[in-house]
Write a protein that binds this ligand. Structure first.
Ligand code: MN
Length: 638
């Protein structure tokens, strides 16, 4: 991979060649200041240290960023590596540059530790963005990482692995998120080279085989498309595009397509003036080539989350050679290659409305990425260049990255870790210091929670917790506590009153049956309803009577007995003198049609045949042998 290595002495000349709007006086001063600050330092390669900030600044100049950003890049390591203070910088270069350099220095202080989960990498990316007040800090950091990756060969193997892993997990996705394809691809290819050296060598070798053949094929396709554009009166540029190593590797791993097959698919990019030309070109290609089914992707109508827009199509020519076409306008191409950085290209110049609009859209998407949900409409207005997300990311003592809402407290953190930790937290260490549970957390804080089995939540936590989930947990915790109190009250009342009326229903099953009469499905809710006075014991008494759970009043019982005495009892088929009793649900008396029901241990119960007690009828259906035919034994029958 080739790149331009700029020296301290030709820096300003090279910047001049880029023909960008640059404040040369400022850049000269920053270069001079940084050179003397780093004077005694050397890079691992043995070169003077200043070579690093100079090249980082040049990368940003190539992206046509403003002079403030380029100057900040020249100065980006002075706070970290020399005895220059923030105040020194402010006196010399003012607040804006100092803020940017401080921002980059702050990012340096967090070291990513590779974990298994993608979620952790994403939270780390969010941490970096959430401590960043100006997007340009991220751009400087990306350029810094790019130069470090370009010069990684001087590091130890262990450092190479760690830095390459961090780059592929954190910085390449960040570049992608900000839509800067140029940097993303280079970061990925460099990381790939160090993370998978064997695969990398294999792929490089594969690429070199048949390279001339492939190049010729692409050249022919490019000429053919150029002719098509000319014949259709469309102006545009056509280029053969080489694929990036990492994307080939990734495709091979993900889709299990061989390197050879991926390489045989030649890529052609067509850049035209207008959106209607994009579709015109697509139309012509679809007639002159043979499109592959389902290969057409319209990212103009439906842009990718990072605002990438283009038309894609895979098609074959008459010889069966396959091409991957990308069709887009100049603006789309600029956004695709430079993303958010494109915004600063026009800073200090005439506003290019379209770029600006794209930029606003992109900020909108970044905001959504940070917050996961939509908030106030005014966010974009207040944001502009200032990333001000509503989230913070803090660290656990194990270096896990935990995402929280802004204004979160250690209790929010505790609930995020685990509900039990939340319910039993009694104190917190933040950055090694014991703090009140209600203090405010900031991005980058290291938080440790102290728990105790005896610790209990307090009801007013609801008022200052930031997490709606945690608030909900507190609410339902106290609701449950309250419910238990009602249940206890209801239960006590039920049994106290029940004793007085000689209640027979004692088991949960009995009570559940009573509850069902109030359309309540379980015993706990039944007691709770009683405790809350939603039903009264008098209501229950009515039901108890109907259900045969309490003794019928004595007088009625005596009357019944009197009537029954008029007979000699019951004839049960041919057996006499068997233990029997009269059912209290239907109270049969002579003259009623009756049946007998064998009750275990209690002999036979006599019911009316039209008894409404469904319970024993159901039982009879299941065990017909418990039914027994009976009739009254009238005295005059003797
Ligand atoms: Mn650096």
């Amino acid at each position: 991979m080739k790149y331009k290595n700029i020296g301290k002495d030709n820096f300003l000349d090279e910047i001049g060649k880029l023909k960008i709007y640059a404040n040369n006086e400022l850049l000269q001063e920053a270069l001079h200041f940084a050179s003397s600050a780093h004077e005694t330092q050397k890079r691992k390669s043995g070169e003077a240290y200043i070579i690093h900030p100079v090249n980082v600044a040049y990368i940003l100049a190539e992206m046509k960023l403003d002079s403030i950003t380029i100057a900040s890049a020249l100065l980006h390591d002075v706070l970290e590596d020399t005895n220059i203070t923030s105040q020194d910088l402010k006196n010399k270069f003012g607040a804006e540059i100092t803020e940017l350099v401080n921002g980059v220095t702050k990012i340096e202080s967090f070291r990513y530790r590779a974990k298994e989960t993608d979620k952790q990498a994403e939270n780390f990316r969010k941490l970096l963005i959430s401590i960043t007040k100006d997007i340009r800090v991220i751009l400087i950091k990306l350029a810094d990482r790019l130069h470090n990756m370009r010069t990684l060969e001087y590091m130890t193997d262990k450092q190479k692995q760690r830095i390459a892993r961090e780059t592929i997990d954190i910085y390449a996705p960040l570049a992608n998120r900000f839509g800067i394809a140029k940097i993303k691809w280079e970061l990925e290819d460099l990381s790939f080279k160090y993370l998978f050296p064997d695969e990398y060598k294999k792929l490089v070798k594969q690429v070199s085989i048949k390279k001339d053949e492939r190049d010729l094929m692409i050249q022919n396709a490019v000429s053919q498309i150029k002719l098509i554009l000319k014949n259709n009166d469309i102006s545009g540029t056509v280029t053969g595009r080489s694929k990036h190593f990492y994307s080939i590797f990734h495709k091979n791993k993900r889709k299990n397509i061989s390197y050879e097959d991926i390489l045989d698919l030649a890529a052609v990019r067509i850049i035209v003036d207008s959106v209607s030309d994009c579709y015109k070109v697509l139309g012509v290609i679809q007639t002159e080539f043979i499109p592959l089914e389902k290969s057409r992707k319209d990212y103009i109508t439906r842009p990718k989350p990072n605002n990438y827009r283009s038309l894609h199509l895979v098609a074959e020519n008459a010889e069966g050679q396959r091409f991957e076409f990308q069709i887009r306008t100049k603006e789309m191409h600029l956004i695709a290659e430079e993303g958010i950085a494109a915004h600063w290209r026009y800073k200090g110049q005439e506003t290019k409305a379209q770029i600006h609009e794209e930029f606003e859209k992109q900020l909108f998407r970044i905001r959504n990425f940070l917050n996961d949900q939509k908030d106030s409409e005014t966010f974009i207005d207040s944001l502009k260049m200032n990333l001000h997300p509503d989230i913070i990311v803090v660290l656990s003592p194990q270096n896990d990255y935990i995402k929280l809402r802004k204004h979160s407290s250690p209790i929010d953190y505790a609930f995020k870790v685990h509900t039990d930790v939340g319910f039993h937290c009694k104190g917190a260490f933040v950055n090694g210091k014991l703090v009140p549970l209600r203090s405010r957390l900031y991005s980058g804080d290291v938080v440790q929670i102290l728990t105790s089995p005896q610790a209990k939540p307090s009801k007013d936590w609801v008022n200052f917790l930031s997490s709606p989930k945690a608030r909900q947990k507190i609410r339902s915790y106290f609701k449950k506590l309250e419910l238990q109190e009602f249940i206890d009250t209801g239960k006590e009342l039920f049994f106290k009153r029940a004793r007085k009326i000689h209640l027979k229903a004692k088991t949960d099953e009995d009570i559940a049956e009573i509850a069902r009469n109030f359309k309540i499905s379980d015993v706990r809710s039944f007691f709770a309803a009683l405790g809350k006075n939603e039903i009264t014991f008098d209501d229950i008494k009515e039901v108890l009577k109907e259900k045969e759970f309490i003794e019928a009043p004595k007088i009625i019982q005596d009357e019944l007995e009197l009537k029954r005495k008029k007979t000699d009892g019951i004839i049960i088929e041919d057996i006499r003198d068997i233990l029997l009793r009269y059912a209290k649900c239907c109270n049969p008396v002579p003259g009623d049609e009756i049946i007998g029901y064998i009750t275990r241990g209690k002999g036979i119960t006599i019911h009316k045949t039209n008894c409404t007690n469904t319970g024993f009828f159901n039982q009879i259906k299941k065990e017909p042998e418990r039914k027994i035919n009976v009739r009254w034994n009238y005295k005059d029958e003797k």
